[in-house]
Design a protein around this ligand. Structure first.
Ligand code: NAP
Length: 308
């Protein structure tokens, strides 16, 4: 048991905050954890399942005296929450977040915060397609990356403390520049989600998604798309609206590659297709060697709860 902060406040009590709470408790990382969610319904659920030591009815009560405040709301809501909490933040506190996009969160949050707090944006690369206070679990972040995005002038001790906190939660921690973060995530997470949404939409247009034979015989491929495409609509709407440039850049490249493959299929260029698939297979091997997935022949189905 190693306490890193006396008081932690989790704002927004969905999948990520609830998983953080159970992991904080597992490792004894905080003296007290307060929580706030927008709706009375979510606050009631949190109280019923024992999520947070104290669930507050106002966001100001939740953050007052907190040494660490973590914003766990959709990316588009970060700015208004920051504005609401700014007047009551404790001097010397660290303010962080878990948003899937970093540049827009910094632009939305930083202008509201007083100079006496440390703002250190973060993004844990772990999640599931489930949402809400009851979807969290303590092991969500185990052995997954958490990226910290401190500004160059950020206090080094505050960064180290947040790093210790995420390591205590179970993550591997790295630091990244916000624009680079947004580009990397556009490649590894945001565009793949858009492709999954599209593929399920295409199948739906063909009127075959609910046809039991499609699901029955789809094995991992299409079923995995439907799982990803079941992710929270608010969260993903905000991701695309706020990581617009990087997503459009990667989508442009994706479309070019798709046209090249389309042409190879049309012209019967088997060599091109074989070379391409050989290259992509070696990328998969690299991911396994880096310990980011297993080579279980089930498309990682056993690790359903570790996608982002
Ligand atoms: P979630 O389960 O849907 O929970 C979101 C929480 O935010 C709920 O408590 C909700 O309150 C609250 N909220 C929503 N809109 C709000 C608003 N306008 N003002 C104040 N509170 C609001 O979401 P999540 O999956 O935990 O995601 C939270 C954050 O983590 C997002 O920024 C997301 O980008 C990031 N993230 C998600 C994943 C993932 O895979 N899910 C992974 C990494 C990072 P009510 O319940 O009362 O509506």
């Amino acid at each position: 048991m190693t306490k890193v902060y006396d008081r932690v406040a989790l704002i927004g009590l969905g999948l990520i905050a609830s998983s953080m709470y159970w992991a904080i408790k597992r490792a004894g990382l905080a003296g007290e954890v307060t929580g706030f969610a927008r709706s009375a319904e979510t606050r009631d659920t949190a109280r019923r399942i024992g999520l947070c030591d104290r669930v507050c009815d106002t966001v100001q009560d939740a953050v007052r005296d907190a040494d660490l405040v973590v914003l766990c709301v959709p990316v588009g809501a970060m700015g208004s929450v920051a504005r609401d909490i700014a007047p009551v933040l404790k001097s010397g506190a660290t303010i962080s977040d878990v948003g899937s996009v970093k540049r827009s969160v910094i632009d939305a949050v930083a202008p509201h915060l007083p100079a006496c707090v440390h703002f250190i944006p973060a993004h844990p690369l772990a999640g599931t397609e489930h949402s809400g206070p009851e979807s969290g679990f303590a092991t969500l972040f185990d052995n997954r990356w958490c990226l910290l995005v401190p500004m160059p002038e950020t206090d080094a001790d505050a960064v180290q403390r947040l790093r210790d906190f995420w390591v205590g939660i179970g993550s591997n921690v790295d630091e990244m520049d916000p624009d680079h973060h947004d580009l990397v995530l556009a490649v590894t997470s945001h565009t793949p989600h858009l492709i999954a949404y599209t593929m399920v939409g295409v199948a739906d247009d063909l009127g075959r998604v609910t046809d039991s034979e499609v699901i029955k015989y789809s094995a991992a491929g299409f079923r995995d798309f439907t799982r990803i495409a079941a992710s929270d609509p608010t969260m993903w709407r905000d991701v695309f609206l706020t990581n617009k440039d990087a997503t459009l850049e990667i989508l442009g490249r994706f479309t070019e590659e798709l046209f090249a493959l389309q042409r190879a299929i049309r012209t019967g260029d088997g060599e091109m297709l074989h070379d391409y698939f050989t290259r992509t297979r070696s990328i998969r091997r690299g991911i396994i060697e880096a310990g980011q997935d297993t080579d279980a022949p089930d498309f990682g189905r056993a690790q359903l709860d570790n996608k982002e």
